[in-house]
Design a protein. Sequence first.
Length: 236
Amino acid sequence: MRPRAWWLACASATLLAGAPLAENEQDMNDQREKMVDRQIEKRGIDDPRVLKALRAVKRHLFVPPDEVSEAYEDHPLPIGHGQTISQPYIVALMSESIEPKPTDRVLEIGTGSGYQAAVLSKLVAEVYSIEIVEPLGRAAEKRLKDLGYDNVTVRVGDGYKGWPEHAPFDAIVVTAAPPEVPQALVDQLAEGGRMVVPVGTSFQELLLIEKNKGVITRRVITAVRFVPMVKGKPKE
């Protein structure tokens, strides 16, 4: 087994050019179809655009080589630096919960390997994604570019601060758990906007936050388990 640092250093180049993946492409397509049918659609996700996006994005290109065999199982996978790629159902649930429109501008906090950003890119006009772990952010930026996701912009930085230069956002998707909802993200949510964010430490809940006529409402979607949201300077 190769170390995960090797995967990050090579970024997407090996994933895109690797002969083993090319040989298994049809099998991967079949596994992805089964994932959507059995793990996502049958669990209640019914937005046709979200289902189409999950069928289109090749999750096996967003995981380390030694995790490819698990790419279409419904659970998180390690991607290095103590971070994970979210389980497909949660990606679908969060994507559906923001009620994405083709004209939307979306902020994602926690780029990780870039998988959630890739799904969002199929649903909205622009995705701005922030990653605090620099090697992950740089690798995801290259991977997304190499795969043709040209409406995604990645930035290495502190997600607690959001991205005020491009605010307000029609939707915000947070893929790591802060102990409390960052006020900067609430402030950067557009009027009529929706944010999904896992909140808590030992016990976490996925919240849907909406802003309507300046009034902020919160609703619990479900209990979840995410890695903690990191605050401060980018991590090397």
